[in-house]
Design a protein around this ligand. Structure first.
Ligand code: SF4
Ligand code: SF4
Length: 145
């Protein structure tokens, strides 16, 4: 049996020590560099090539056309293994992997995330080109007398 005096000494020693645990979720630790969490999609950059779909080993990502040159993205987080293959293969950098990791859900359907086409970020149409100002062509000189 441990002597009560020894226990008391141990308790007093720990009162002024910094706790070994993190105060989660109140003060979560920053995630390490390179951590792979939830995907993010930038609809304004996507060209609908679907290379991300072809490369995904888990069949977790779907790109759908929703208008002319407009695409939305659906990710099934219950399948996604956060490998970032889709991010690496995207030629337009329309996908990124974030550090968001608090994704647990009781309802599996809630793990299907749709990133709709964002009209507010759509590229602005180029203004019509103005015709170059007309310059008068020099009059041909008449025959010299
Ligand atoms: S690879 Fe990139 S540009 Fe191509 S469909 Fe996927 S997200 Fe869009
Ligand atoms: S991170 Fe990997 S598993 Fe998840 S959607 Fe992209 S390619 Fe598929």
């Amino acid at each position: 049996m441990i002597a009560p005096g020894k226990i008391l000494k141990e308790v007093l020693a720990h009162i002024f020590k910094k706790p070994a645990t993190e105060n989660y979720p109140a003060n979560p630790s920053p995630m390490a560099e390179g951590f792979r969490g939830k995907l993010n999609f930038f609809s304004e950059k996507c060209i609908g090539c679907k290379m991300c779909m072809r490369d995904c080993p888990a069949n977790a990502i779907t790109i759908r056309q929703v208008g002319e040159k407009k695409f939305e993205c659906e990710v099934d987080l219950s399948k996604c293994i956060s490998c970032a293959q889709c991010v690496d293969v995207c030629p337009k950098k329309a996908l990124e992997i974030t550090k968001e990791f608090e994704l647990a859900q009781l309802d599996r359907k809630k793990l299907v995330v749709v990133f709709p086409y964002d009209e507010s970020k759509a590229p602005k149409p180029e203004p019509p080109k103005q015709d170059a100002p007309k310059t008068e062509s020099p009059k041909p000189e008449g025959p010299k007398a």
